[in-house]
Design a protein around this ligand. Structure first.
Ligand code: CUA
Length: 161
């Protein structure tokens, strides 16, 4: 078969791109240990509240000035339904579900993770300025899905959480 040299070159280029992309998946997975935020640990969904990670729901200030926010999702609410966090400090969210798959999206930001029963979702973000953000469930979870929401209130740093 006769293939024009230019076409042959582009075919090799395309093969190279595919190899590089597949290689990047392996490097990020096995060398950097990157995982989706919805898969940072496992938990027994029947005993979430007995687990030390969810023994204290809501905001817990950390020694380094950051805060930890532990939230449980269940049909059709989040516990707690309101959290107050400081602006300009890292906020470590930790979320799990006691029943079905939910979503956890901080509206107006890029914070967004699935909340899957049996798994702990974790991510860290910093809110630049004070304000209020809605937290919405963005995975259909039943007939109360549309009403499943919570609120994060960002306060000026220095105000104790
Ligand atoms: Cu929970 Cu939709």
């Amino acid at each position: 078969m006769n293939v024009h040299p230019y076409e042959r070159a582009w075919l090799w280029f395309a093969r190279g791109v595919i190899v590089v992309f597949i290689g990047m998946v392996f490097v990020s997975t096995f060398m950097w240990g990157l995982k989706p935020p919805s898969n940072m640990g496992m938990i027994d969904p029947r005993h979430v509240l007995d687990d030390a990670r969810f023994g204290h729901l809501g905001v817990e200030p950390q020694d380094d000035g950051s805060v930890r926010v532990s939230i449980v999702a269940l049909m059709f609410t989040f516990m707690p339904a309101e959290v107050r966090v400081p602006a300009g400090r890292p906020v470590h969210f930790r979320v799990t579900s006691m029943d079905v798959t939910h979503g956890f999206e901080v509206a107006g930001t890029n914070a967004n993770t699935m909340v899957i029963p049996g798994y702990v979702s974790e991510f860290t973000m910093t809110f630049d300025r004070p304000g209020e953000h809605l937290i919405v469930c963005n995975e259909y979870c039943g007939n109360g899905h549309h009403a499943m929401q919570a609120k994060v209130i960002v306060e000026a740093a220095g105000v104790s959480p």
